[in-house]
Structures are given as C-alpha cells and as structure tokens.
Design a protein. Structure first.
Length: 560
C-alpha cells in the first residue's frame, strides 16, 4: 500500500516525481533497477534498489527488474541467479516484470537501422586507438572520422554485414552522428553497436553485434514504459545522449525522464565490481560471499538482516553530490535493528582458565539470568552453571596493568556477570612467561567503592566444563584505509579476520539453530553461520557493540 505523501521521506528525486505527476506529465510511476550480470550486487546497489522500488511503491506504481545483458564476454548465469536472490532477500518483488535487454535485441537492431536511414548513424572503420586520437579533449574539439560522410545506404549495408559476421571484432562499429565539437565528450559521435563474437547466456550465437549500454538503456526504458530512469551521478553527462536517441527515433511522448543521484561511497570499502572481482580471483577473500566484502551475499553471510540494510539506506538518504559515508552509519543501523530482537548470552572467545579455590570440586551452582537484562520478563531466563573452574576473556586480565586498566589483575577483584566477586591472588605462567591460569577465591555481597568512586569491574565468563565449544570469526574492516584507492597490497587490513577456534559458549547455546543471531555480552552481535563447517559451531561477528575504529582514530589524533 503506498505511503501517504506527507509521511514519505523527502528527497529531491521524490519532489521531481511529485512535480511530474502534479503537472500530468505522467499518469503514474514506473521505475526500473537495471543490473549488469557481471558480478554480485553490493550495498551500493542496495541503495539503488531501495530507491527505485521505494519510489514506485510510494506512488502506487511499478518497478521493473531488467538485466543489462549487452556484453556477453563479461556475463554469467551465476551472476543472474545471485542478483535475483539478493533483490528478493532484500525484500522487494518485481512480480511479472522481470526483463532482459536481450529481450529487445531485435527491436534495438531495428531502431539502429532507422537511425542509419535517417542519417543519424554511420558505420566507422577507426580502430579504438584512432577513435581516442580523433575524439579531442575537454578544451579541444574532436575531428570527424574519415567515414563520417558515408551514405545511409552504404552504412546500412555494412551494418547488415556486421550482423552477418563478415567482419572481425574491432574492424567496424556503428556510431551516432551528432557533433564532434560538442563540449560534452559523450556527444562526440558515440558508439551505438560493436562486434563481439561471444556466445550470449540467453541468445547463444544468434548475435555477433551488441548494443552499447547508453543506447540500449534509453530504448529499453522506452519500450517498457519507464517514466523515471534513476541513475547514479556518473550518467549525468550521458543524459543528453539518452534524450537524443529517443528524439531521433521520434519515440512517442511521454518519454522516460533520466534523473541522477550520488552513488554510495562507503569508507573502508570498495564498490568497484572490477576490484571486487580482482579480490575474489586473486584469493584475497574467500569468494563473493566472504563476510568482509560489501556484497549483499557477503553481508547476508555475515549475518546482517535485510531490515538493517534498508534502514541504513533510508538514513543516508539521496543526495545530488558524491560524498563518503562513514562505516559507522551502517554499523549503527545494524545495532539498532538487532538490539531489540536478539537474546543476550555469554561467550568467551579467547579463554583464560580461572580456578576458584574456595569452590568445592564437583559442585555446580546454577545462576539464573534473563536473556534481556533490561526486560527480565521477556523471553524468560536460562541457568548458568558455576563450577570450580571457569573461563574468562584473556583481555580481562593484566599481569602488570596500566593505570587505565580496571579489570582483573594480581591482588585485584572483579565481579562475575550475574554472580559474585572473584579475587585473584596468583597467576600461573608457562616457560615463555605467558599466563595460563589464574588462582582466585569467590565471595558474595556488596563492595564499597574504591578510591575515586570506582567499583570492581564486571567480567563475563562460562564454566570450563559445562560450556559449548565453537569457532568464532571476528570480522573487521577489509581495508585499513578510510578511503581506499584500490591498492590491494598496501591498503588491506591484515586483521580483517581473526579466527578463534577455542571459544566457549554458555550451555544454552547448545540448542542454537543455524541462522540465529545473538548478542555475546560485551563482545558484539554474532550469527550462527548456516554454511559453517561445524562441528563445532561457527559464529560470525556481525558488528561490535561500539565503534572501535572511531575510538582508535580519536586516540591517534590525540597522540598526534
């Protein structure tokens, strides 16, 4: 059901669409999402998906899903299937409006012949290198191709021979005849068709000539009755060509209107399909669904929900100017989505053994703890078995603590989450000086505040013997650089994945179902990977509880 106009998020695109409807330029709204099946969708595409499907839904219109399959050398059925899965997972339905540019190859070819006969296109013999040399620069006009004066009859004959396969790749191509002196380089006789002798995943070997995107895009939009063709900002300079093609074809009014918006640039990530493909092919990541990538398949594998991605896209909005979005915007949307939904449990990912010497061997004390501490009645409680030997996080102990460390150390005490206080009186070290075990005593009751009003810190824990083993993957930013340039050797974060194979979880997690999401107290939100190779269970960290990167940046700035 369309959202009432006064409740819709405002943006310049929505305002333009409202104006078009108010002026009766269009009687309704039809948008489209036109992915090229040459890679997996990433979160930048999610912004476009949400915008196009959202605009249509808000106005009671339709949104088409149309594959731009005009370059068979780069396309694959695997990518088609992944795109269909991702759009559906994100929560959108194209109904019976699934199209392919290849559906229109015959009509696109016929329209190209019409352009030739109308004197608006010609077959050119220049090589790619010569085309660049003739094109000119931003300050110098281009030069006419020696074949620009070919008659429509000669060009039509050559174009038909191109289709028949009589020429090799790069020998000839079809160009629009516009203006080689245009200040817009995209209008300097751009290519409309090229020869490409590659089998197409849908049409096989029927075609050896394929339309260029700028040509196929506008004609496909017009064929489908698209009203608003929403593109990213790099297509702004291509809009005059979009309009020119439809004008020269005398396409009936109303014609589609192209509107551009700023693409998503996410810090610590790359949105280039070419670079993402390089990461996959070079084995820098474990595939298109590696949870460190910004692809939707990877974010789904990491454990993000569709709702969190839609919330993120809604919050960042739609702008006219390119900018960078901090990764924390995405992290916060994920936390805000998961926080009210997921149970709190205890887990220790890097365990350090603690022997409670005044706790009898063989004794088990059950401590009841709610799954939602702020709402104890919600979803009930579980029992936490306290035994003589427990495990705490290694980071919660320091042998020689710095002044700003307030957790466990020799001679100090800390409170067990939901339990009593442990006082550490001995640390056992191995031959290399590494702490292997702590000796402590347990006591109950309130503690007076220490000097400065600070009370003992709280540490999370699990029973050493009554806990569940797991592998925990701690994912972080793939690129250490805030705004990576694509230098895979110099910018990748070496700590983007830390795997803890000795993690232990509280006993209630023995019944966890694959695909479940949980908050590991003090550690973050985690996802039980359905594709994990357990046993033991494999948990992916979805997001931390706080923005550690912002804290590190502040510390660095203060130190500098």
């Amino acid at each position: 059901m369309p959202m009432p106009t006064d409740e819709r998020p405002k943006s310049f695109i929505r305002n333009l669409v409202d104006e078009d409807l108010g002026s009766r330029r269009y009687s309704g709204v039809v948008t489209r999402f036109p992915p090229e099946p040459n890679g997996y969708l990433h979160i930048g595409h999610a912004k476009s998906i949400c915008l196009n499907f959202g605009l249509a839904a808000d106005h009671g219109g339709l949104c088409n899903l149309r594959f731009d399959d005009t370059n068979p050398a780069r396309e694959d059925v695997e990518f088609v299937d992944s795109i269909l899965s991702d759009v559906r997972w994100l929560g959108f339905d194209w109904g019976d409006r699934l199209f392919y540019a290849s559906d229109y190859f015959d009509r696109l070819y016929e329209c190209a012949e019409r352009l030739i006969l109308g004197g608006h296109a010609y077959v050119c013999d220049l090589s790619p290198e010569e085309v660049r040399a003739f094109r000119g620069t931003l300050t110098e006009p281009g030069r006419d191709s020696p074949w620009r004066g070919r008659s429509p009859e000669e060009s039509l004959d050559l174009f038909r021979r191109m289709r028949a396969g009589q020429f090799g790749e790069g020998e000839k191509f079809l160009r629009a005849r516009i203006d080689m002196a245009s200040p817009n380089l995209n209008m300097r006789d751009p290519a409309l068709y090229r020869i490409k002798k590659a089998a197409h995943h849908r049409t096989g070997d029927k075609w050896v000539v394929y339309p260029m995107y700028d040509y196929a895009h506008c004609v496909s939009d017009a064929i489908e009755g698209v009203t608003h063709s929403i593109c990213t900002l790099e297509f702004e300079d291509h809009r005059p060509l979009y309009d020119w093609v439809l004008e020269k074809l005398a396409w009936p009014e109303p014609r589609p209107r192209q509107i551009e918006f700023a693409r998503l640039n996410l810090e610590h990530a790359l949105m280039s399909k070419r670079k993402l493909l390089q990461l996959v092919r070079e084995g820098r990541v474990g595939g298109w669904d590696d949870p460190r990538l910004p692809t939707l398949a990877a974010l789904r594998r990491r454990g993000l929900t569709p709702a969190s991605i839609r919330l993120f896209c809604e919050r960042i909005g739609v702008a006219k100017k390119d900018s960078w979005i901090e990764m924390e915007w995405l992290d916060k949307a994920v936390r805000d989505d998961l926080n009210p939904q997921v149970r709190r449990v205890m887990a220790v990912v890097d365990p350090l053994r603690v022997v409670i010497e005044n706790f009898p061997e063989g004794k088990v004390e059950t401590i009841m703890a709610p799954f939602f501490p702020d709402e104890p009645a919600r979803m009930g409680s579980r029992g936490l078995p306290l035994t003589r030997e427990i495990l705490i996080e290694r980071d919660d102990f320091r042998l020689d603590p710095p002044p700003d460390f307030f957790r466990l150390a020799p001679g100090r005490e800390a409170r067990l989450r939901w339990g009593g206080f442990i006082h550490c009186h001995e640390a056992v070290l191995d031959g290399g000086g590494r702490v292997t075990e702590l000796r402590a005593t347990l006591s109950d009751g309130p503690r007076p505040a220490a000097a400065g009003g600070r009370r003992p810190a709280i540490v999370h824990w699990v029973s050493a013997e009554r806990s569940v083993g797991a592998t925990v993957r701690l994912y972080d930013r793939l690129f250490a650089s805030r705004r990576p340039s694509g230098d895979l050797d110099g910018e990748l974060n070496p700590d983007s994945l830390v795997e803890r194979r000795e993690a232990r979880l509280e006993m209630s997690m023995a019944e966890a179902e694959p695909g479940g999401r949980f908050q590991f107290e003090r550690l973050g939100y985690f996802f039980l990977d359905p594709l994990g190779t357990g046993p033991p269970m494999v948990f992916n960290r979805i997001v931390t509880l706080k923005d550690g990167w912002a804290r590190r940046a502040r510390d660095k700035n203060q130190a500098g």
